[in-house]
Write a new protein. Structure first.
Length: 126
């Protein structure tokens, strides 16, 4: 499976994840985002998206493990991947037919968004 994780770069950006190598992705409160977080499995591929002033997909990561026993506070251990060579902006995403019905565009405040394989490949250039 493929997901996009949103983060505010001034609080914890992709560079922080690369420095740490792994981190637990938790602290999610939106019920729909929590549902997506609970669905994650080891090996799932992730796109890290910076919110705020940047609004762009900047890097990749993978799910190392998931602790979903606590339904209200699941934690997913994420391992840093690589920088996306050409970060993809929200403006570019919004005009792509691939994202026409995506929650990334339709539910802007959703912090964990499922992606199709095609969407993941388009965002990461792979």
């Amino acid at each position: 499976m493929f997901y996009l994780l949103k983060t505010e770069p001034s609080e914890y950006g992709f560079a922080d994840l690369q420095k740490d190598d792994t981190t637990f992705w938790d602290g999610i409160s939106n019920p729909v985002a929590l549902k997506h977080l609970r669905e994650m499995k080891k090996g799932d591929k992730l796109v890290i998206y910076h919110t705020g002033d940047e609004r762009q997909a900047v890097g990749t990561a993978t799910v190392e493990s998931s602790e979903v026993g606590d339904a209200k506070n699941p934690r997913v251990k994420v391992r840093a991947g690589h920088l996306i060579s050409h970060p993809v902006t929200l403006a570019e995403i919004k005009v792509s037919e691939l994202f026409e019905s995506s929650p990334l565009v339709r539910q802007g405040r959703l912090s964990v968004v499922p992606l199709s394989k095609e969407q993941y490949e388009w965002l990461t250039g792979r």
